[in-house]
Design a protein around this ligand. Structure first.
Ligand code: 3PY
Ligand code: MG
Length: 253
């Protein structure tokens, strides 16, 4: 099954990702009907574990955004399990060196490209029967996160690792490592925005894709205009908080 995100980016179409921190198939189902191109289950900072991630993948099946997950850390066990459960792309936090990028890619690719073990227990029941093994290495997106000074210093080496499809920026960790506080997601610091431009150019030069984490539609629109291929307009928690807060203000105001 070809990866719809990869196809969109190759065609120059920018996409919007949603972020699932709530461990609920129903919440994932509601989010999946709102027009996101992809939804990412967050096992790093979200209240999600392997089983709730599987349930979120099941919940989003009906409307069909591309199912993705953010790993809790660069660790092959959970990477393999999430891919077997149907994730079509993985975002890996804190990838700072070429070696770490190689380890991440290796977890996601079947031999000879990597060391992923065969057993796509849920992923294999979609698409053409028996084909998953032959298409997964091409279809699964490997997106290391660039969110430290060290990662920026090693950017070219990370991007040049075969099998790295693109990168994902973690704006708060990246800002913290550059000495910019408070750790808010939608940065306005000139140095950070200049850095984003630099990262976009480096990805363009190498035919790699680039995305970042954001919250509001207005900021996502600006980041698309800057040249990001994808941006997260997240999350389910933000949506509840902002929606309920607005209604509470209307009630009391
Ligand atoms: C960050 O801001 O560091 C993130 O990882 C966003 O998800
Ligand atoms: Mg981070």
């Amino acid at each position: 099954m070809a990866n719809a995100l990869k196809e969109a980016w190759k065609a120059g179409r920018q996409t919007v990702n949603g972020w699932l921190a709530i461990p609920s198939a129903f919440s994932a189902e509601v989010m999946s009907g709102l027009g996101f191109d992809s939804l990412t289950v967050d096992l790093q900072h979200g209240v999600q574990d392997y089983m709730s991630a599987v349930e979120c993948f099941q919940g989003m099946q009906r409307h069909g955004p591309v199912p993705m997950a953010r790993l809790p850390w660069n660790e092959p066990g959970i990477a393999g399990k999430l891919l077997d459960a149907g994730a079509q792309g993985l975002i890996c936090p804190m990838v700072n060196t070429r070696e770490q990028a190689e380890a991440f890619v290796s977890s996601c690719r079947y031999p000879p490209a990597g060391t992923r073990s065969n057993g796509p227990v849920r992923a294999g029941i979609y698409g053409e029967v028996g084909r998953y093994f032959y298409t997964a290495n091409e279809d699964v997106l490997c997106l290391p996160m660039i969110e430290t000074r060290e990662a920026v210093a090693n950017l070219e080496a990370i991007l040049d690792v075969p099998g790295v499809d693109g990168i994902y920026i973690g704006p708060t960790d990246l800002a913290i490592s550059h000495g910019y506080l408070p750790p808010v997601m939608e940065r306005e610091d000139k140095e950070m925005l200049d850095l984003y431009e630099k990262l976009i150019r480096a990805c363009r030069d190498r035919g790699k894709f680039i995305g970042l984490h954001a919250i509001t539609g207005a900021y996502v629109k600006r980041m698309h205009a800057m040249g990001f291929d994808y941006a997260t307009m997240g999350s389910d928690v933000n949506a509840i908080v902002s929606g309920a807060r607005a209604q509470m203000a209307a009630l009391k105001g």
